[in-house]
Design a protein. Structure first.
Length: 218
């Protein structure tokens, strides 16, 4: 399956993607995680991306589309993938359509995680991620690691993302409403959007998403 996860920052895309990708045996591709990995490795791409990420703005499409295409072209993504955080504007959605068309494939579904703004603010404020791998995500109150400050998955140090501060979050939410939300209409016209209420336990949200994908298939 080829799936796009969309939703405001802090909606739980990365958290859900980890479970959904495992259940569906497809790779989880997060452009945010790819940028953070590049930053921690000190690559040129990471240096380019960092100034935008620190301000809560989108990294330019040219850079992002090339990175996403490169990742989607790897062997493990040949049979499907779960995109998290990409596309993030209509230009990227159009570029993705072109990429898929050139490979003779198409998206199966766009899962829109719906969470009220006051909840995403709380989720972001308590988010802690792993130094080794930013797809290892916890929350100080809602999804606590067994040992405070230590990643359950790999034992890495947990820390608060630089861009999870109040000012940057405000910008990221604004960017979401102005630039990312329009892709929901773009995909609605293609009949691909399934809205998933994303309040409640992580496992409940995963069940809703899996059920929606199953009924979408049938
Ligand atoms: P996104 O990838 O959409 O930015 P994350 O998956 O990183 O969001 O989740 C944001 C924060 O909310 C994390 O700290 C995560 O542990 C927490 N979280 C995710 N899903 C839920 C949920 N259903 N209920 C409460 N907290 C959640
Ligand atoms: P995320 O991890 O999805 O919250 O993304 C963190 C930051 O990475 C965003 O605020 C952007 O600066 C950048 N980013 C991630 N994905 C994209 C994308 N598809 N297009 C542009 N910038 C992105």
């Amino acid at each position: 399956m080829r799936i796009v996860l969309v939703g405001p920052p802090g909606a739980g895309k990365g958290t859900q993607a980890a479970y959904l990708a495992k259940n569906l045996s497809i790779p989880h591709i997060s452009t945010g995680d790819l940028f953070r990995a590049n930053i921690s490795q000190g690559t040129d791409l990471g240096k380019q991306a960092r100034s935008y990420m620190d301000k809560g703005q989108l990294v330019p499409d040219e850079v992002t589309n090339a990175m996403a295409e490169d990742r989607m072209s790897q062997a493990d993504a040949a049979g499907g993938f779960l995109l998290d955080g990409f596309p993030r504007n209509v230009g990227q959605a159009e570029a993705l359509d072109e990429m898929l068309k050139s490979k003779g494939v198409a998206l199966d579904a766009v899962l829109d995680l719906e969470v009220p703004e006051d909840e995403v603010v709380k989720r972001i404020a308590g988010r802690r991620i792993c130094r080794n791998d930013s797809s290892h995500v916890f929350h100080v109150a809602y999804n606590q690691p067994e040992t405070e400050g230590v990643c359950d998955i790999c034992g890495g140090e947990l820390y608060q993302r630089d861009d999870d501060n109040e000012e940057t979050v405000r910008t990221r939410l604004e960017v979401y409403h102005t630039q990312t939300e329009p892709i929901i209409d773009y995909y609605r016209e293609q009949g691909l959007v399934v809205t998933i209420p994303a309040l409640g336990k992580v496992t409940e949200v995963t069940e809703r998403a899996m059920a929606a994908l199953k009924s979408d298939e049938g």
